[in-house]
Design a protein around this ligand. Structure first.
Ligand SMILES: Nc1ncnc2c1ncn2[C@@H]1O[C@H](COP(=O)(O)OP(=O)(O)OP(=O)(O)O)[C@@H](O)[C@H]1O
Ligand SMILES: O=c1[nH]c(=O)c2[nH+]cn([C@@H]3O[C@H](COP(=O)(O)O)[C@@H](O)[C@H]3O)c2[nH]1
Ligand SMILES: NC(=O)CC[C@H](N)C(=O)O
Ligand SMILES: [Mg+2]
Length: 511
């Protein structure tokens, strides 16, 4: 258990994860729990933050948890819906505001000498996103700040360490938001700022040793950041009892299998490379529907992994590189069925028959924190800075059916594009990039002869989490040079196009 833990109760705001990030940026650990699943062991938490919500406290379905175990006993910071909740159900009044308020506002009044507003001055910009407003403060409420339009923009409750704000300190556009969180967490709740990548590594290694003891653990390594950092942590904790398996599904980037395998061996990992290319290609033969392709790959992954795990005697644990956003998505407060756009697969979805216990050392971290943890263990910057790459690999970038020849063509094209980005110093400015082989032949002319060959698309996007993305404005000179190189060097390709679609409405991968 991490020390100095902050509990964030999620009422379904789209900003809840941002609250967690801001708290972590202060080197303070925190966890998000759904509003209706308040943990039993409250003594482990030093303070509680209530998030915003799409609901209205006046609505029939208002989220209305019992906070009697928390209020007056722990410092509480209530944000937006949280603030309205405190007001509405404790003797105050919340009503629809005359004008809905979204975006910029300025604090026009701040009560003097309040620790909560230490180093924050009148005029400070805050970001609003609400349609209800707090008309009357709750019993024992003391006004702390106002904006031009919102009289009760911040208040506290006399006799409790309970603070409430209508604006969102977690968003970047609230200029003193981080200061406000620091005032509350450090100066009011007296939480130490000692949660760092190093302390995370030390605590996690100790926990893993206690949990796993002398048991054996198996882990699927993909060359990606998450599984690699998870492997490093486990290696530090249990050494040779960690058995890593890196599967070549024949759909990796050019030379990637051997290069990455060598890199893992240099890191001292106990890793086995399994070349199952033929098995995957066989399973894919004749399939051209994207979902059927994805499912076939998922199935073969499990078979290969299961075969390999059986080669190791007495394995009892399966380790996974699950990270925090994966966890949060599966327990969202408001839930609601969402449409399946694509069936993402990873070895994580192993069936029950494998009967392995699961260990997920990165379950509490965001992607950038995973990178910081990796860096603090001395992991190679190239490995850490790697673009995300999907488990089904080039199979979902070859539209339609897959053959060994198409894989070869796409590997060549992709290598020219990615190496070009690196040479031009563009790789780190791009979140993810790759090439797509289209099921389209077009007419060209090369050396006075007619050609009728394949077309490839290049895709480069900027994003923070892959959920939304925009295409990158790559320099024309770069695109020109890359297109030339591809058409001149890769036999079978006579046309290159650049994908200028954002997500949504498109997705990052084409299948
Ligand atoms: N070729 C592979 N061999 C073995 N395991 C794999 C392979 N590809 C994917 N996996 C497993 O599937 C998991 C999920 O893959 P995913 O791409 O989401 O994460 P990642 O590869 O670890 O990190 P990143 O998101 O940076 O690519 C990996 O953590 C790994 O355990
Ligand atoms: O491990 C994975 N298994 C998959 O099946 C898979 N499909 C897409 N992706 C990656 O997810 C991000 C979002 O991709 P999309 O916009 O195409 O859904 C992008 O980063 C994609 O590369 C996958 N990763
Ligand atoms: N961001 C929020 O928490 C909004 C709270 C509430 N739904 C309102 O519109 O006022
Ligand atoms: Mg990956």
């Amino acid at each position: 258990m991490q020390h100095n833990n902050i509990l964030i109760l999620d009422f379904g705001s789209q900003y809840t994860q941002l609250i967690a990030r801001r708290v972590r940026e202060l080197n303070i650990y925190c966890e998000i729990h759904p509003f209706n699943k308040i943990p039993d062991k409250l003594e482990e938490y030093k303070a509680v933050i209530l998030s915003g919500s799409p609901f209205s406290v006046r609505g029939e379905n208002a989220l209305h948890p019992d906070l009697s175990k928390i209020r007056g006993k722990k410092p509480v910071l209530a944000v937006c819906y949280g603030a309205q909740y405190l007001a509405h159900f404790s003797g105050g009044e919340v009503a629809p505001s005359d004008t809905r308020e979204y975006g910029r506002a300025k604090l026009s009044y701040i009560k003097p000498n309040e620790t909560f507003f230490k180093n924050i001055n009148e005029g400070s910009q805050v970001w609003m996103s609400h349609s209800d407003t707090i008309k009357h403060l709750p019993t024992k409420g003391v006004l702390l700040a106002s904006t031009h339009d919102v009289q009760n923009a911040a208040f506290k409750i006399e006799g409790e360490e309970t603070y409430a704000i209508q604006f969102h300190p977690e968003v970047y556009h609230s200029t003193d938001g981080k200061q406000l969180l620091e005032n509350f967490l450090v100066h009011i709740a007296k939480v130490n700022q000692d949660w760092t990548p190093q302390s995370f590594v030390e605590e996690t290694v100790e926990e893993l040793q206690q949990k796993i003891g002398n048991d054996k653990v198996v882990l699927g390594l993909s060359g990606g950041v998450d599984s690699s950092v998870a492997a490093m942590l486990l290696h530090k904790a249990i050494g040779k009892n960690l058995y890593c398996i890196f599967v070549n599904n024949g759909l990796l980037r050019k030379n990637e299998f051997l290069e990455v395998l060598d890199q893992y061996k240099d890191m001292g990992l106990n890793v086995k490379g399994v070349d199952a290319s033929a098995r995957f290609l066989e399973a894919l033969a004749g399939l051209s529907d994207p979902e059927e392709k994805r499912k076939a790959i998922g199935r073969v992954f499990i078979e290969v992994f299961d075969d390999e795990a059986h080669e190791i005697s007495d394995v009892t644990w399966l380790a996974q590189g699950t990270i925090y956003p994966d966890v949060i998505e599966s327990v969202s407060a408001t839930g609601g069925p969402s449409a399946t756009i694509k069936s993402h697969h990873n070895v994580g979805g192993l069936p029950d028959f494998m009967k392995l216990k699961i260990v997920e050392p990165l379950k509490a971290l965001f992607k950038d924190e995973v990178r910081r943890v990796g860096a603090s263990m001395g992991m190679d910057a190239n490995l850490l800075g790697r673009h995300p790459f999907p488990g089904p690999g080039l199979a979902i970038r070859i539209l339609g059916d897959i053959t060994a020849e198409k894989v070869r063509i796409l590997q060549e094209v992709d290598a020219i594009f990615i190496n070009g980005l690196k040479t031009w110093g563009l790789y780190d400015q791009v979140w993810q990039a790759g090439a797509i082989l289209l099921p389209v032949n077009s007419v060209g002319v090369m050396g006075d002869e007619r050609t009728y060959e394949k077309c490839v698309a290049l895709r480069a996007v900027e994003s923070t989490d892959g959920m939304t993305a925009d295409w990158v404005n790559l320099p024309y000179e770069f695109l020109q040079k890359t297109s030339n190189d591809i058409i001149n060097k890769v036999k079978g390709v006579n046309r290159v196009v650049y994908d200028i679609s954002s997500k949504p409405p498109a997705t990052i991968e084409w299948e």
